[in-house]
Design a protein around this ligand. Sequence first.
Ligand code: GUN
Length: 283
Amino acid sequence: METRIIDGAALARRTRAALTERATALTARGRQPGLAAVQVGDDPASKVYVRTKMRVCAEVGIYSEHIELPAATTEAELLGRIRALNADPRIHGILVQLPLPKHIGSDRVLEAVAPEKDVDGFHPENVGRLAIGAPRFVPCTPAGIMEMLAATGIALDGRDAVIVGRSNIVGKPMAMLLLHQGATVTICHSRTRELGDHTRRADIVVAAVGRPQLLGADMVKPGAVVIDVGINRLPDGKLVGDVAFDAVLGKASHVTPVPGGVGPMTVTMLMANTVRAAELRDA
Ligand code: GUN
């Protein structure tokens, strides 16, 4: 079988072009969308991610603030910064880059973000809204994957979907979105026995565990759609996903590459949520 490679970078470019038009229209009315990214400490991966987000803001025409706080910042200080951003009329979206230093309670911080500015979709109110099928802001990685599936014309209704990974950021919201589209959803994780028995039954597999090339060809059904959320750096410096990409070529019907697959769409959905937050405020 010839495997089609889902080009997330190309879809991201098209989506960003449409978002640029919407941001420009808001700016023309004196309502430029604004995003604040709060980063605590100097985790090198977080720095790269936040810089990318800020660069794409500029590309789309979104005003952005990168708030870098020292690792020793107290939870009370961080909560104070978030309250100030909640009240700042230039800012329509607030994201707190995870992970936070261990002395800070992530749950309390995410709950402090005003739900109508929670463009990551991590506030319990937005998590609950997604769970009941009335989403406001959907977490960016799963939202981007749904856009990729839709743009590729992949049917979900009645199909078996297996998600490997149970995080609040990817696995759980991904399960909700696929469920709402009529898929039969299984969530596997580090305690799952015989992972391959599950993944081999799947029409759609989403790998989001952070284990390099965990999903080999022997774990994939012929003709399955394989979505790779992993970004792992091998000792030799090579960037690979959670899927053994070369091994599933010829077996899967579709696969997303790393890099150039899910990543560019994740950042793009953050821009989409921010533009929508500004539009909702403007309405
Ligand atoms: N850390 C890893 N992924 C994410 C994400 O999507 N948003 C935030 N804020 N932090 C993250």
